[in-house]
Design a protein around this ligand. Structure first.
Ligand code: ADP
Length: 296
């Protein structure tokens, strides 16, 4: 079973002709409300593929919280560990202009109140794999690492990226990053380095293994045995929102099923590719049958 520990947000999206400047008011189109947040996205992606998935998260006692619970449940996610209260549900306020450029304000809300005390042994106990991201407090992720049962695998997507304590890094198997997150973790100013070199330098930070996702170019996996390329799957990309979350969820699920890292990552790349062929994040996530139906 997969346990995702992470954020749940309502994404509030309004299309505008022009994004407002300071002191300015603009009129936009009708509001669209989408379930989001990296934790909820990962949980929905895994459950849609057929994984037995639970989410440890915190939402507010409000309409957005109920929306998130409903979308998780209808995807088949176990929501027994979705806690309620402490602050309003996290929201992302998103304005999008006709060219697709957006401005986003995130209010973490209840996500910031998911504390180390919420990390209970009985919730972690049932999982083969625990997958986390960084839209919740880093201390909470550190508490997850300390509470991991023997033999439970830990997968971390450090997004949004920030420096990680050594004990968290050492638990990652793998650390999953896109190129931006890789640069931040390595403190790189610019792209100076090839992706394989960057994967090796990330491994030297202490994780047991590393996956670097490369968008349309696929991914790299890196562990003590070296760096391997994961082939990309050619698709007509429509919207890349949430591709990384789908990739990481699929990877965590297949690792929990006992697959080797390169095999699990190849499957995850197919899931990521399927996700970019449709609009939205959770709405774009494929079933296992849709992944199998992709060419190549
Ligand atoms: P993020 O969404 O975190 O920035 P990426 O853009 O690297 O992450 O995408 C994650 C994975 O999704 C990639 O490793 C790849 O397997 C798949 N993917 C993303 N964009 C495309 C694309 N245009 N074509 C095919 N696969 C893609």
């Amino acid at each position: 079973d997969l346990l995702v520990v992470g954020s749940a947000n309502a994404d509030l999206v309004v299309g505008v002709e022009r994004r407002p400047g300071a002191g300015e008011t603009v009129l936009g189109g009708d509001l669209a409300v989408h379930p989001g947040g990296k934790g909820a996205n990962q949980a929905v992606a895994a459950a849609r593929l057929g994984a037995r998935t639970a989410l440890l998260a915190r939402v507010g006692d409000d309409g957005h919280g109920r929306l998130l619970r409903d979308s998780l449940r209808s995807a088949g996610v176990d929501t027994a560990a979705v806690l309620t209260g402490g602050a309003p549900t996290g929201v992302a306020l998103i304005t999008v202009d006709p060219s697709g450029d957006n401005s986003i304000v995130v209010s973490p809300g209840a996500n910031a109140r998911l504390t180390a005390g919420d990390v209970r042994a009985e919730v972690l106990g049932a999982a083969r794999v625990v997958s986390a991201q960084l839209e919740i407090p880093l201390e909470t992720v550190a508490a997850v690492v300390r509470a991991l049962p023997e033999g439970t695998r830990f997968v971390l997507n450090p997004s949004p990226p920030r420096p990680l304590p050594d004990d968290v890094l050492a638990a990652c198997d793998p650390l999953v990053v896109n190129e931006h997150e890789a640069r931040v973790l390595l403190g790189d100013e610019e792209t100076g380095d090839d992706p394989a070199g960057r994967a090796r330098r990330l491994l030297a930070l202490g994780p047991r293994s590393v996956v670097v996702t490369l968008g349309a170019k696929g991914a790299l996996v890196c562990d003590a045995s070296g760096v391997r390329a994961v082939p990309s799957v050619a698709v007509a990309a429509v919207d890349t929102t949430g591709a990384g979350d789908a990739f990481t969820a699929a990877l965590a699920w297949r690792l929990g099923a006992g697959e080797e890292l390169p095999v699990a990552a190849a499957y995850a790349a197919r899931v990521g590719a399927a996700a970019v062929t449709r609009r939205g994040a959770q709405e774009s996530y494929p079933t296992a049958a849709e992944v199998a139906a992709l060419d190549a």
